[in-house]
Design a protein around this ligand. Structure first.
Ligand code: 9MR
Length: 359
């Protein structure tokens, strides 16, 4: 090729690359400084279609289960980082960030812990050591942690749990003090990690989200280390009121970010009713896209909403199916054969449109 022709080709190609719209979620999010992420079970990384879709579409991953107590701690003396390390290696190989989930939760704990009849002092030592070891192991690799998960009930009260009052780590009856204690331990264990409180069903405006707001407000005023709130967003289409979602979730995100913390959407999925053959209605798939669009819009409306993460990405693998005994499903942006659904296109369009309003 002559030099004129090659210069022309170069210029056409670079013009195309610089001006063409993003082709996938990851490109769109990268252009916008947004994190798009999904929860991953490392055993699925060996499936080529799964791995290639994951690496192409997302710039962050989270361990769906691999960093929970029941996986990491087969017994009191052992830390098994195998699955978590596998996910971190995948992320590093593909230039993705890793979000950690979760250090303190009343559920998903191994039996040796829940049935161990430990005293409050013993539990306090066990938990402190766990936070030190796990955050120490992943320091520099996991940039943000759900330190505490689902600690509040629907009325905004602190839930009974092994860490709070069964028997707890020494703050039984003292509300959010145990949460404060573990946030301080987490900050000491990895001062560079962003520390999140992660919660379900406190996304809009209700007693639980008011309690989260009050807790974060209190922590910020008193210098308790907290960097963000994770809003899970497990939504069932049957309950979804899209205008209310858009308004209340936007308002909640705005009031939280006004406290100086980030908000991340951490577990988004929108489950559809399925018939006895496992099929969803066409109109539900289209309404599902509207729900995804409304959530992404609510996040992009606040500069402090920094990540949108789905709980899995393909309908082939999701917690919903077994959880609902097959009555609900198809909750994610890709179908079982990794084809993008209307929900995917809605998310992509909103992220592309969102750039103009974020800056
Ligand atoms: O999707 C997760 C599933 O594989 C686990 O069996 C379950 C128990 O550890 O947890 C599921 O994920 C939950 C998350 O950790 C916290 N919020 C609710 C999620 C769905 O139940």
């Amino acid at each position: 090729m002559g030099s004129f022709a090659s210069a022309l080709t170069f210029s056409l190609v670079s013009t195309f690359v610089l001006t063409s719209p993003a082709q996938n979620l990851r490109q769109a999010a990268d252009q916008d400084g947004l994190l798009v992420s999904t929860a991953v079970r490392p055993s699925q990384l060996t499936e080529p279609a799964y791995a290639s879709t994951l690496a192409r579409e997302f710039n962050m991953v989270e361990a769906e289960d691999a960093m929970k107590w029941w996986v990491l701690r087969p017994d009191a003396a052992t830390y098994d980082f195998g699955q978590g390390d596998e996910l971190v290696r995948f992320a590093q190989a593909h230039g993705m960030k890793v979000r950690g989930h979760c250090l303190v939760w009343g559920r998903s704990n191994p039996e040796w812990l829940t049935q161990g009849h430990f005293t409050a002092l013993q539990l306090s030592r066990l938990l402190h050591e766990h936070i030190d070891r796990v955050m120490g192991h992943y320091a520099g690799q996991v940039f943000a942690w759900d330190v505490v998960n689902e600690a509040l009930d629907e009325n905004g009260n602190v839930r009974s749990s092994i860490w709070y009052d069964e028997p707890g780590i020494g703050f039984s009856g003292h509300g959010t003090e145990y949460i404060e204690r573990v946030l301080r331990w987490a900050h000491e264990a990895d001062p560079h990690a962003l520390l999140f409180y992660n919660e379900a069903e406190g996304e809009g405006l209700n007693r639980k989200s008011d309690a989260i707001y009050a807790m974060v407000n209190d922590f910020k005023r008193r210098g308790v280390p907290i960097d963000g709130v994770g809003l899970q967003m497990h939504i069932s289409l049957a309950d979804a009121d899209i205008p209310a979602i858009a308004a209340d979730i936007s308002t909640n995100i705005a009031r939280l970010t006004a406290l100086g913390v980030q908000v991340q959407i951490t577990e988004l999925d929108v489950s559809l009713p399925l018939d006895s053959s496992g099929l969803a209605r066409a109109e539900d798939l289209s309404r599902q896209a509207d729900v995804y669009r409304a959530i992404v819009r609510a996040c992009l409306n606040s500069a402090g909403c920094t990540a949108i993460q789905t709980w899995g990405f393909t309908d082939k693998y999701s917690w919903i199916g077994s959880h609902s005994r097959g009555a609900r499903g198809q909750a994610l942006p890709f179908d079982r054969t990794y084809q993008p659904k209307a929900a995917y296109r809605a998310v992509l369009e909103e992220i592309l449109a969102g750039r103009s309003t974020r800056h």
